[in-house]
Write a protein that binds this ligand. Structure first.
Ligand code: C5P
Length: 232
């Protein structure tokens, strides 16, 4: 599994997305398509970006009954994406069903990773709203272990958790980490951030970087800096 920088294409239209991607002449960065862009443009945006030669992490975070997730994953698998995800909170059975749905007739499938607890959920909201009383770090690690048990390939987590996830679930269990900022950059609304070099040291396999690249004066230079700091 190679390390890579994934650009979060958090745009609201195909037009904005292609204007951004057109800046990368000759290079085809790995991109993340999230709910906003997918719901605005539908599956055609995925096909078009794929046709341009990019790898795609389709970040739709599925969470439903196992049968519905299985059938939906089957549809997403046919789009030819490289990584899909779901909420580990949907249970081990839901994650197993998702894997079945993703697997193509020839046995190939996109990587499947799980969101453990969202980073917007804190101890207080988890206890009060979800009635989960265990320490949040333990919950995150337990959900990561459930994902591994179900046969998933890894988790989305904070770069601060990546080392611990590898300790508990093995070094081949992929960690995909947002919350990355340049040492001299704006942290914006992210709370706990790491530089690409720190994320590398702690063992992130993929970093997901949005605004430090998409909002940069020179996005291509910012992307290249990120790759250099993360991969060397
Ligand atoms: O612009 P920025 O680098 O903060 O973008 C980070 C991306 O990663 C966004 O698409 C955001 O939704 C996503 N993400 C995150 N924190 C999580 C899960 C996903 O920032 N815990």
């Amino acid at each position: 599994m190679g390390k890579d920088v994934i650009i979060a294409c958090d745009f609201s239209s195909a037009e904005q997305t292609f204007a951004f991607l057109d800046k990368f002449t000759g290079k085809k960065p790995f991109v993340k398509i999230g709910m906003e862009l997918y719901y605005a443009e539908g599956p055609s945006i995925v096909r078009e970006i794929k046709e341009r030669g990019h790898k795609i992490f389709l970040d739709l975070k599925l969470h439903d009954i196992p049968n519905t997730v299985k059938k939906s994953m089957n549809v997403l698998s046919r789009l030819g994406v490289d990584i899909c995800n779901l909420h580990a909170g949907g249970t081990v059975r839901m994650m197993e069903a998702a894997l079945e749905g993703l697997t193509r007739p020839d046995g190939s499938r996109p990587l499947l990773i799980a969101v453990t607890q969202l980073t917007s959920t804190d101890q207080e909201s988890m206890e009060n709203d979800l009635l989960i009383k265990a320490p949040i770090d333990e919950v995150v690690m337990h959900y990561a272990e459930n994902a591994k048990k179900a046969g998933l390939d890894g988790v989305v987590c904070s770069p601060l958790e990546a080392g611990k996830v590898h300790d508990r679930c093995g070094k081949d269990f992929i960690t995909v980490t947002p919350g990355v900022r340049f040492a001299d950059g704006d942290i914006g609304d992210q709370k706990r951030v790491m530089t690409p070099a720190e994320a590398n040291r702690i063992g992130s396999d993929y970093i997901v970087v949005g605004r430090p690249i998409t909002a940069a004066d020179d996005p291509v230079a910012a992307y290249e800096r990120c790759v250099k700091e993360f991969i060397g």
